[in-house]
Design a protein around this ligand. Structure first.
Ligand SMILES: Nc1ncnc2c1ncn2[C@@H]1O[C@H](COP(=O)(O)OP(=O)(O)O)[C@@H](O)[C@H]1O
Ligand SMILES: [Mg+2]
Length: 165
């Protein structure tokens, strides 16, 4: 399931033919992220959601970004901090509340949420969506939706080599 936005606002489309390219597109988005931003990352297993997050986290100055599938959340000591969630193993938002997500959502940080469709009830109305299509050795089609006008312009320039019109 993808972001259920009928009229996407400020949508950018990219083509990525490597994990490194997907990280670079994430890094381009990172420069436009601020505390309290929420990024929902859609895509199947192995699409590249964690790779995209790694690009964001390393652009903000922290290495060592791995999948939080087994821990549900990892916090990175970036400025602002990044709270990287993976809802893959959750049955729904009740389990996310049980693990204490509200403590993270009440602090100034950037939330990255893999498998957001599993926890639809916690998603803020105002959020950036990243949709990644493709798997295995296929190139990935990546869309970023709901960008502010300034983020749209900045990312279009920073990741211009990957832009698809
Ligand atoms: N263009 C690409 N972008 C991202 N990952 C890619 C790409 N091509 C191949 N891959 C591979 O796909 C896998 C993506 O894994 P991961 O980022 O953990 O996916 P997800 O978090 O969506 O399950 C990695 O093994 C990576 O090397
Ligand atoms: Mg992942």
């Amino acid at each position: 399931m993808n972001e259920p936005t009928s009229e996407p606002i400020n949508e950018l489309r990219f083509m990525s033919d490597s994990e490194g390219a997907t990280e670079s597109i994430g890094a381009a988005l990172a420069a436009s992220l601020n505390a309290w931003d929420f990024v929902a990352l859609y895509g199947g297993l192995g699409a590249g959601k964690t790779a995209f997050c790694r690009g964001i986290v390393s652009a903000l100055g922290s290495g060592d970004c791995a999948s939080p599938t087994f821990t549900i959340v990892r916090e990175y000591p970036t400025n602002p901090p990044v709270f990287h969630f993976d809802a893959y193993r959750l049955s729904g938002e009740a389990e996310l509340y049980d693990m204490g997500c509200e403590e993270y959502f009440s602090r100034p940080g950037i939330v990255l949420m893999e498998w957001p469709e599993r926890v639809q009830g916690v998603l803020p109305d105002s959020r950036i969506a990243v949709e990644i299509d493709g798997s295995g050795e296929q190139p990935r089609s990546i869309r970023i939706l709901n960008l502010s006008n300034s983020a749209y312009a900045a990312i279009k320039e920073a990741a211009r080599e990957y832009i698809v019109d």
